[in-house]
Design a protein around this ligand. Structure first.
Ligand SMILES: [Zn+2]
Length: 504
């Protein structure tokens, strides 16, 4: 566990590589797919790039505005070379393809550092070859955050990008308009700066291209609030008093031409409530109505903004949740409509969006997930999260139910993305679900072993099993141990000959 403070972003650079000699009305960019194994945005479509290295600043970059932008350009050039084998430097044109391959190998293997490599081969970086098109900051809902410089770079003639599978799983040239269309059809997932770049380039390589890139405040490090990883699903993280390392809860605004669903307006803070209200107003102003506010479960960080949103909408909106959620909320928050397992919530208008409710207890008794079959989208609430871990705290939490719920989600036929209650979207849903399931089963085995070896109290079990968790989190780990013991008893394990503790 980490401290609950919002982490400050690391500097990074990304390169939007443009293919030469293609139709300027329909330019091509090199888009990569991030490996599903990556913890940060695994499975997303993106541009090559990465974090600033301390040695990047040692490189002299001619025609750069200042030292800071010089370092960012050096980082961009290095990442481009490491990830795609494309070397954008004065002097690179005299290297053979074979030399470039061996240089890339020297750099990747650490045999030669970036500044040394450039010096050794008399290569010079020129800022004129890197057109600055914006600086975007990862929103605070992510534990890993970057302050990323974006550069437009023309791919040098006679160099062909090539992805060595690793951090990236694949890559290829694609017309920017076509890539944006793939996003529109829910075939790829991308973060806001990537989408903005695709859209801007798709409008053509006009003289005002850079101006259009920089025309929005988010391209100047202004926080991004509305994150549309997938069309019609806006992730709107709001700051909440939630469990560290998370600092925000994701509210989702699902909309089509006529209606809007609001899932989990969780913030009790006025400023955040106002920001959410105005995001809802923006959608309403375009001719839609709010159909329902839906709650995945009853935890305060998921319901804290319900009453304020209801008030903002003059009470005209219905709040819907599972019966168990309604029961535990009854006093502070009125639930108007109950949702059962299997209910279909279909929006009027287009495109067709039909969410199937799944009652998935475990984290909370009345927990609901929502599955949209056509695009394979799963709104998972706190059952699967993009950040931090899921607490199973009895009696509200139940480990046996939780594992059953995870298995039900795992059995969904065409999952393509999971939108969790915290953190970024999950673009590798099946491997993430497998991880969640095997993690719990491994814990269960370790707990069973600790008990057999004579651990007497839940503290003793935690001390033996949760060696990877900081002592500050031990109280929470004890609750999880209790949940595991309850499950083991329900599975038929008999602990009656054990002395000193009991599962309840
Ligand atoms: Zn929760």
């Amino acid at each position: 566990m980490q401290a609950s403070t919002v982490s400050s972003p690391n500097y990074a650079s990304a390169v939007i590589l443009l293919r030469q000699n293609t139709d300027p009305g329909d330019p091509e960019v090199f888009l990569v797919r991030r490996s599903e194994k990556l913890a940060f945005l695994g499975g997303f479509s993106a541009f090559p790039g990465g974090q600033l290295d301390t040695s990047d600043a040692e490189v002299h970059v001619s025609n750069s505005v200042d030292a800071e932008s010089g370092a960012a350009i050096s980082c961009a050039a290095r990442e481009l070379f490491e990830e795609l084998g494309v070397l954008v430097a004065r002097g690179a044109e005299s290297l053979t393809k074979g030399q470039r391959v061996s240089l890339r190998d020297d750099l990747e293997s650490g045999r030669m550092a970036w500044p040394e490599l450039l010096r050794h081969y008399s290569l010079r970086l020129d800022g004129d070859e890197f057109t600055f098109v914006g600086r975007w900051v990862t929103p605070a809902f992510s534990a890993r955050r970057f302050d990323t410089w974006f550069f437009l770079v023309n791919c040098p003639p006679k160099q062909e990008p090539n992805v060595i599978p690793g951090e990236l799983s694949s890559g290829g040239w694609i017309a920017a308009g076509r890539a944006h269309e793939q996003w529109r059809r829910s075939e790829i997932l991308a973060v806001p700066p990537t989408l903005h770049a695709l859209k801007t380039i798709a409008e053509g390589l006009t003289p005002d291209l850079v101006e259009r890139f920089l025309a929005i405040p988010q391209a100047h490090r202004e926080p991004v609030r509305r994150i549309e990883f997938r069309p019609n699903y806006i992730c709107f993280p709001v700051r909440t008093p939630t469990k560290p390392p998370a600092t925000h809860t994701n509210c989702y605004l699902i909309y089509n031409s006529q209606e809007i669903l609001v899932i989990d307006p969780g913030s009790p803070y006025e400023e955040e409530q106002q920001a959410l209200s105005s995001a809802v107003d923006d959608l309403v102003r375009e001719g839609r109505t709010v159909r329902d506010v839906i709650l995945t479960h009853m935890h305060p960080d998921h319901v804290g903004g319900v009453n304020s949103l209801r008030e903002h909408l003059d009470g005209r909106v219905k709040v819907a949740a599972h019966r168990f959620t309604a029961e535990s909320l009854s006093d502070p928050i009125r639930v108007d409509r109950l949702i059962e397992d299997g209910d279909i919530i279909e929006l009027s208008g287009s495109p067709r969006i039909a969410l199937r409710a799944m009652h998935t207890p475990g984290h909370a008794r009345g927990h609901l997930c929502f599955y949209e079959e056509q695009t394979g989208t799963l709104i998972s609430g706190d059952n699967i999260v993009g950040l931090g871990s899921v607490l199973i705290d009895p009696p509200e939490g139940n480990m046996r139910d939780y594992l059953d719920s995870l298995r039900r989600m795992r059995a969904l036929p065409n999952l393509s993305v999971i939108f969790g209650g915290h953190g970024p979207a999950i673009a590798n849903p099946y491997s993430r679900l497998d991880e969640y399931i095997s993690h719990r089963l491994e814990r269960e085995q370790s707990i069973l072993k600790a008990v057999k070896e004579g651990a007497r109290t839940s503290q003793e079990i935690v001390a033996r099993v949760y060696t990877d968790v900081s002592p500050k989190a031990h109280a929470m780990a004890e609750r999880a141990v209790l949940a595991h013991l309850e499950k083991l008893e329900a599975d038929g394990h008999d602990f009656s000959d054990q002395e000193g503790w009991h599962a309840r």
